[in-house]
Design a protein around this ligand. Structure first.
Ligand code: URA
Length: 438
């Protein structure tokens, strides 16, 4: 086999075989095939796409380049959940304990935040004492005892994806559905869960800005999971505004706690119940409708909150945060962002809200940046709300190092206030539900 022939075939719109895909990916990982040939191949894929089988072979080759995480040491049904990332997306923190309170096992490997989106690991580390670097034995013990555990993604999961992603980043071949779905699914299928619920975000704060593209991506990932005989449900959900109110690490932890007390923002609570009901549905433990009732009940009766308390304690965190938010590092210096005129909030450039939080210190511009858990933004007015000039729209929690002027400028640019309200479609929470195996 010669790389140039494989590139030629794809360049001319042909279909690469399993062997050809393995040859290219493994050759790149081993250092036998140079960057420039893989770049040409990626660009050919970018323009010509891949069939569902090609996507599957690419996914499996990347997955098999690294470790496979065997979860058989955890009893019960293990359902994984993955979000493609957004602003204020603290879903794992609330959904995990919520579904664990209904009998599921959630054992997640999560990442850190970069750019305008936050990461679950950073959020959890804002809880004093919380450890995300835990041993394999601890990971399994906590999953079995509590039903919920989250560890930082260390190890060697899909190293081929890491190498290919870095190349895609500098050759402008990131945003192609085959490549994105294979990249995400190579990491998801490396963890041997019983099923996966995907939350594919779309809108101004997501990397899939348009709904049709997000649906295509969701369908592509569902097809890959089906070929792997993995149970899967994908929801395509709204990221045209931040999820809930809190953006920034400690603020988001607090909002997750409040949500499990039944006092969370409506959209965030609703999404947690929806994702959780789909996880339970997939597990076969309850039907979707029954699951929704149970989850709502477990918020009301405090069962989900108790799981969260035990989980925080099990991972070394100060579980008193459940009753005493003062334990969380949250800044007491607040700057107000107010409406410049009367009207309806008709558009929010959510990515800019995420960047505003980042420039306050809550996120990283580069992997090396150190984040400040105490800062962030509380988004008090969202799409469709009528405001008068001078009304409070958002609160900025700041530190001495925060670039407040830049954050305010970004928020000013992000918010559009007009005489007419936005279309209902823009405020819908869930656009599509795609169930695997149907
Ligand atoms: N997230 C991933 O993990 N991979 C992509 O290609 C895009 C987003």
């Amino acid at each position: 086999m010669r790389p140039v022939d494989i590139i030629h075939k794809k360049r001319n719109g042909g279909i690469n075989t399993k062997e050809e895909i393995e040859y290219m990916v493994n050759g790149y990982v081993n250092g036998d095939i140079p960057d420039y040939q893989i770049s040409a191949w990626l660009m050919s894929i970018f323009f010509n796409g891949m069939t569902k089988e090609e996507r599957y072979y690419l996914t499996m080759t990347m997955r098999d380049s690294g470790d496979i995480i065997d979860l058989s040491g955890i009893s019960g049904v293990k359902i994984d959940k993955h979000s493609t990332g957004g602003v204020g997306d603290k879903t794992t923190l609330a959904v995990g304990p919520l579904v664990a309170s209904a009998g599921l096992k959630v054992s997640k490997l999560s990442g850190r935040g970069l750019g305008h989106t936050g990461g679950t690991i950073d959020k959890l580390e804002s809880i004093p004492g919380f450890k995300t670097a835990i041993s394999k034995e601890e990971f399994f013990r906590i999953a079995n005892e509590i039903g919920m555990v989250v560890a930082g993604q260390t190890g060697n999961i899909a190293p081929a994806d890491k190498k290919l992603y870095a190349l895609r980043d500098v050759t402008d071949t990131v945003d192609e559905i085959s490549l994105i779905s294979a990249s995400i699914m190579s990491k998801k299928l490396a963890v041997e869960s019983d099923g996966i619920v995907l939350d594919v975000k779309t809108g101004s704060g997501a990397f899939m800005k348009n709904i049709d593209d997000a649906i295509k991506l969701a369908k592509s990932m569902v097809e890959i999971a089906e070929l792997n005989n993995r149970k899967i449900i994908a929801l395509v959900t709204n990221m045209d505004q931040p999820l809930g109110e809190a953006v920034g690490n400690s603020l988001e932890v607090l909002e997750a706690i409040e949500t499990l007390k039944g006092k969370g923002p409506e959209d965030f609570t609703e999404l947690c119940v929806e994702l959780g009901a789909n996880m339970l549905d997939l597990s076969g433990l309850y039907t979707y409708e029954k699951a929704k009732d149970i989850l709502r009940e477990n918020i009301k009766n405090g069962k989900a909150l108790e799981v969260m308390r035990k989980w925080i304690k099990a991972q070394g965190g100060d579980e008193r945060v459940i009753d005493n938010p003062k334990i969380l590092p949250i800044s007491d210096k607040i700057v107000e962002f107010k409406a410049e005129k009367d009207g309806y909030i008709s558009h929010i450039d959510t990515e800019k809200v995420g960047i505003a939080s980042m420039v306050l210190g809550a996120g990283r511009k580069t992997k090396e940046d150190i984040i400040d858990f105490s800062v962030g933004i509380k988004v008090l007015k969202k799409l469709g709300v009528k405001v008068n000039k001078g009304d409070l729209i958002a609160e900025l929690y700041i530190s001495e190092k925060s670039n407040v002027d830049e954050a305010l400028k970004l928020l000013n640019e992000a918010y559009e206030i007009t005489d007419v309200p936005p279309k209902e479609e823009k405020m819908k929470l869930i656009y599509e539900r795609i169930v695997g195996g149907k």
